[in-house]
Design a protein around this ligand. Structure first.
Ligand SMILES: *Cc1c(COP(=O)(O)O)cnc(C)c1O
Length: 381
């Protein structure tokens, strides 16, 4: 058979053909009016996706670079913060803060568990003088989505700022920054923004910008004040990733033409269809509050989870993601973010069924496809 590659992972994600094509255009110089025009269109488009009237800065790095930028631009040595660690990425907030000598009060959750705004309010009461609360919108390692709107209501009543990692979530699940009182929001290009890895985005609220002006942590490349000064001149402090920015302009055109509301509805339907499919197989979800970005599914008893993922990838070329340490082998993740269509869900479920059959798991053949099709058809637009 022809070995067709099916990318079903939560980053990098598939890219629309039109967006791939513009990467092969001749490179242009970045200190020119031609580039500035594209750059400013991308800045405006990002504001639309972020739901903010503040500047959105474009950094040349993967998403973690914007996470580091959020920390170094808002904090000073010895500051106290709360981090919500419900998985690999929530844990990363704590690791970055600790690397810079910030005092971290970490809320450690079981992967997939929820953390309510009331629980956050209690944490804030118990920890006076906290400068910032760090959360994740969509915890990509577990598929859980947190109540950022609720966190915003709690944190905005305090002196602390709310910093949110929207790297996989933004563009696939709601997180309107200004409306939800998010103070720092970060995103990455290879998740829902439909371009390759290499760009990261970050925006600060006026409340966060006050911290930026006094933050004493060391920084050079990721200094937001330099980024702001340059954005006023329609440019970046350093050589930008020109081709990626041109690709982002094309992908933002697609997003804007569809509109945020329809884009989020699209992901809602894909999420619901995926959940219906795996439940029809008798499988269980990991997250108590599963998002529409990816679906983490518990590996059923008697099945080797690592073998399941390996078989799907090596035999069927369906590149879903396994579970990360320390939960390797316990669950697997089917992504539905970025440039994914309805039939990508069918592909994933079909490869999953064939794999489960290879591993001698008992289930009703075709049931996941029927379950997903029902949702897709009912919600077809
Ligand atoms: C992918 C991801 C990251 C890490 O981004 P990199 O681009 O790999 O640096 C951080 N947080 C979340 C929620 C992610 O999904």
């Amino acid at each position: 058979m022809i070995k067709k590659y099916y990318l079903l992972s939560p980053g990098p994600t598939p890219i629309p053909p039109d967006v791939l094509a513009v990467a092969s255009e001749p490179i242009i110089h970045h200190r020119t009016p031609e580039f500035s025009e594209i750059f400013m269109q991308v800045s405006e488009g990002l504001k639309y996706v972020f739901g903010t009237k503040e500047d959105v800065f474009i950094l040349t790095s993967s998403g973690s670079g914007a996470m580091e930028a959020a920390v170094v631009n808002t904090l000073s040595p010895g500051d106290k913060v709360i981090t919500i660690n419900g998985g690999k990425f929530g844990e990363r907030w704590g690791n970055i803060c600790q690397a810079y000598g910030v005092e971290v009060k970490e809320v450690v959750l079981e992967w997939g568990d929820d953390f309510t705004p009331d629980q956050l309010a209690a944490e804030l009461r118990a920890n006076a003088g906290v400068k910032a609360v760090f959360s994740t919108l969509s915890e990509t390692s577990s598929g859980a989505v947190y109540d950022i709107k609720g966190y915003g209501e709690v944190v905005s009543k305090t002196d602390a700022v709310l910093v949110v990692d929207g790297i996989s979530g933004l563009g696939a699940t709601p997180c309107p920054m200004d409306e939800w009182s998010v103070d720092v929001l970060v995103a990455g290009s290879q998740k829902s923004f439909m371009i390759p890895p290499g760009l990261a985005y970050i925006a600060f609220s006026p409340k966060a910008w006050k911290l930026v002006e006094s933050a004493k942590l060391p920084k050079f490349y990721f200094d937001a004040r330099k980024a702001k000064k340059n954005l006023e001149k329609q440019t970046t402090p350093w050589t930008p990733a020109v081709s990626l920015i041109i690709q982002q302009k094309k992908a933002l055109d697609i997003i804007r033409n569809l509109g945020m509301e329809k884009l989020l509805e699209h992901h809602r339907v894909l999420g619901e269809a995926t959940r219906a499919g795996v439940k029809a197989l008798g499988l269980e979800l990991l997250a108590k509050n599963p998002g529409n970005i990816l679906t983490a599914v518990k590996v059923p008893a008697g099945i080797d989870g690592s073998k399941l993922v390996k078989t799907m990838q090596a035999k069927y070329q369906a590149y879903i993601a396994g579970a990360q340490d320390p939960n390797k082998g316990k669950f697997f993740r089917i992504a539905h973010l970025g440039y994914m269509g309805a039939f990508d869900i069918i592909t994933a479920l079909s490869a999953l069924e064939m794999t489960l059959d290879d591993l001698h798991f008992a289930f009703e053949k075709g049931s996941s496809i029927r379950g997903a099709e029902k949702i897709l058809k009912e919600n077809w637009q």
